[in-house]
Ligand binder design. Structure first.
Ligand code: ATP
Length: 727
């Protein structure tokens, strides 16, 4: 694969290390049988066999799409007719030779045959064009229906994945491979067309071969010419065996600092998110210089892993021992023709036609034959993509639950009304390590929080506060220990019930690229689900007008209502518009190639404004929208939750807003359990039933505010520090 060193590891005898440009490739050599390494067709064959049941399923699914049946049949009919066309034109070329032959032998042209051949040829070309057109006309709607069907499938597959599974790079790669390579294609349609292409190419080959035999039959030296043309085309091929990469088990990683740096610099300069910092600090020239320097050190080995791998493989196979043969073979047919012409000058016209016909058709035939062989690799890839497409729906989730059966497990709580009294939480010796990490994020954490109590978790950055909240919402399962909710092991609870009973605002909350209205409404999933069912028939958005009053109330409680109402589009404002307008590539104030001054004002006026810019909101305003989402269900909806989790809810709020928020929360929570993670002491900790002071993944102090002050430990020290700041 590359000229670079190969290393084997004593501890891992099956792992082979290869250097590929700036990349280190580690392969599990036992994952690929030796036969597949030597002959790429073997692995392609295996892949096709494995994919076959999925392809069959795909055909059944595609056929079940109402609009696709007739289109698919039409497409098949056109494809089969089209594949007979090359043989037809070959037949007419053969006829042409016999006309020339008759002309040479008898000095006479059979005009009626010539006419028939000419007309036949024209009709064949016309039919070929018509079939091409028909194929396009049918393929377009067929493709769009198939694409829409599978986009729902992919959406479903991704919607069911939990956090650790979705974050796994191997899962990301599996999803990526099952997705269409280009925006205008779709995995299923690609597989349909690729399979059809193999069948039609085989038919073309058989029909062309039969006619070629007829042409060659009566031609002196015809067979020899055909063999040389075939051999030339044969040696011209280069074949790159990438089966170990396509079907093996491997990891490619890079520690090349220059490469990592150039990639980082490229992202920094290209992503609008960094533009403010770059301009404000005048970083442009410095970044350019850094990029230039880093790149100059690795220019010959840099690139994305697949790009480097591909270049190396092609370089290696580009000049083989066959290259010299190729060049000799190229000229041979012409030499034979010249020799024959010298021997028998009378046959020159015929030899010229047959030379041309035989070399062209043999090359075309050879090309078809090899493309059929090569297509097995391509079709294997495409069919494999179908297998992956169906398999992504079955990717097992890491958190030990079955998303497809969210109703598994003990229902919780037994009495829905009991939620209003809050729920209890207990950690028993819980330890946790994030997937892919080697250090503990929580180590032997134990605490107990009664129903309806208020808990505040404090501690330094990275001490494990957010992790506790993530484990309570069961985004992850602990590595050791047990978490009990209402004295029941969290793993045995029905996940959908647990999620319904808890409302959580994460520190790294996200606002979805949807309208503000949707962003807030998503906080109350149960009522969205019920209104969505009733909306399916009326085909309107699921956040209906009647919900708007609830959304407004939640926004008021979250402190967002006043600024939302000042926005020109109010609750319908998109924070990060997922669809942008397209602009011609000439900026305002410049001139286009014809000297016209560019002014988009009139176009925008005619359009009634454009959505070129995202709505800029401050960090605090965004946090208020996220808070409103939490309020949507926890307070506004009758479908009460039993526990509210807040991870740094006031990080971006000004002191007044923070004070107001905590006051509102305390009043509104009734007797629900509430857990806060916070850096700020005071407002909340004074009212807390339980304070957990965390340090380096462990709870080092716990108790009420007064108790911890009396202890004069770390909590008391930091409390004093913060209090002094206000003296
Ligand atoms: N997704 C993740 N993958 C790997 N490690 C993580 C992940 N999230 C957090 N960690 C690590 O787990 C530890 C605890 O992180 P956690 O977010 O719980 O801290 P925190 O106390 O909430 O910090 P902060 O006050 O800065 O929000 C940290 O060492 C952090 O680096």
């Amino acid at each position: 694969m590359s000229k670079s060193k190969k290393k084997s590891f004593k501890k891992y005898p099956n792992i082979k290390h290869t250097k590929v440009g700036v990349w280190d490739l580690y392969e599990d050599t036992a994952a690929i049988p030796p036969s597949a390494r030597i002959w790429p067709g073997f692995s392609s064959g295996m892949v096709i066999v494995k994919a076959a049941p999925y392809v069959w399923r795909m055909i059944k699914d595609v056929a079940s799409i109402r609009e696709c049946w007739s289109l698919l049949l039409g497409y098949l009919a056109v494809e089969f007719m089209a594949c007979l066309m090359p043989a037809l034109s070959l037949y007419y070329s053969g006829q042409l030779i016999s006309i020339v032959q008759t002309a040479v032998d008898h000095r006479k042209v059979d005009t009626s045959l010539l006419m028939r051949v000419a007309v036949g040829n024209m009709v064949a070309s016309l039919a070929s064009r018509t079939l091409q057109y028909a194929q396009q006309r049918i393929a377009t709607p067929l493709h769009l229906h198939i694409k829409a069907y599978y986009s729902v499938h992919i959406f479903h597959a991704m919607s069911r994945l939990d956090v650790p599974t979705f974050e796994d790079p191997a899962v990301q790669r599996q999803i990526e491979l099952s997705l269409p390579r280009h925006a205008h294609s779709s995995t299923a349609f690609d597989a349909v067309t690729a399979s059809l292409r193999v069948i039609t190419t085989a038919i073309q080959l058989i029909s062309q071969f039969t006619i070629l035999l007829n042409v060659l039959q009566d031609q002196p030296d015809g067979l020899l010419l055909a063999i040389f043309s075939f051999a030339h085309a044969f040696f011209q091929r280069t074949e790159v065996n990438m089966s170990s990469i396509q079907h093996g088990i491997w990891v490619a990683s890079t520690k090349n600092e220059d490469y990592i740096r150039t990639e980082g610099l490229k992202r920094a300069i290209g992503n609008p998110a960094h533009r403010k910092e770059i301009v404000a600090a005048g970083l442009g020239a410095y970044l350019l210089e850094e990029y230039r320097h880093a790149l100059s050190r690795i220019a010959d080995k840099t690139g994305d892993f697949f790009e480097v791998l591909d270049t190396q493989a092609r370089l290696k196979d580009g000049f083989s021992k066959f290259t010299i043969f190729q060049e000799i073979l190229r000229g041979l047919p012409e030499i034979i023709f010249t020799l024959r012409a010298v021997q028998k000058p009378s046959t020159i016209p015929l030899s010229l036609v047959s030379l041309n016909l035989i070399t062209q058709t043999t090359k075309a035939f050879t090309f078809q034959a090899f493309s059929l062989y090569d297509d097995t690799g391509a079709i294997a890839d495409k069919l494999n993509a179908v297998r992956l497409l169906y398999k992504i729906i079955k990717i097992p989730n890491r958190v030990n639950i079955d998303y497809d059966s969210p109703y598994l497990g003990t229902s919780f709580p037994e009495e829905n009304s009991s939620l209003s009294m809050g729920v209890s939480v207990e950690f028993r010796d819980v330890s946790f390590i994030y997937p892919g990490s080697t250090s503990y994020a929580l180590k032997n954490v134990s605490f107990k929080l009664g129903k309806g109590q208020l808990c505040v978790i404090v501690g330094n950055n990275g001490s494990g506060k957010s992790t506790i909240l993530k484990l309570i919402s069961r985004l992850y399962d602990p590595a050791e220990g047990q978490i009990l909710i209402n004295d029941i092991d969290i793993r045995t609870l029905r996940l959908s019930d647990l999620r319904r009973a808890i409302s959580v605002l994460f520190q790294d909350y996200t606002l979805f690229p949807l309208s503000i209205r949707d962003n807030i409404a998503l906080g109350d999933l149960p009522s969205l689900m019920s209104s969505s069912e009733s909306c399916i028939s009326s085909s309107s958005s699921s956040t209906t007008k009647s919900d708007l009053s609830k959304i407004r109330l939640a926004a008021k409680l979250g402190g967002a209502a006043s600024f939302i109402e000042r926005l020109p589009e109010g609750y319908d404002t998109y924070l990060d518009k997922p669809v942008q307008d397209y602009f011609s590539p000439v900026p305002d104030g410049s001139k286009n190639v014809f000297g016209r001054l560019v002014d988009y004002g009139s176009i925008k006026g005619a359009m009634g404004g454009t959505s070129e810019h995202n709505r800029g909101l401050s960090g605090g305003q965004m946090q208020r929208i996220a808070l409103s989402r939490t309020f949507m269900r926890s307070v506004v909806s009758e479908d009460a939750v039993g526990m509210l989790l807040f991870d740094e809810p006031s990080a971006s709020l000004d002191p007044t807003a923070e004070h107001d928020l905590f006051e509102r929360l305390r009043k509104l929570r009734g007797s629900k359990t509430m857990i806060f993670s916070s850096h700020r002491f005071g407002n909340l900790t004074r009212h807390a039933d339980l304070i957990l002071y965390m340090h380096e993944s462990a709870v080092v102090e716990e108790g009420r505010h007064d108790e911890l002050l009396k202890k004069e430990g770390e909590y008391a020290r930091i409390w004093m520090l913060q209090a002094q700041a206000f003296l």
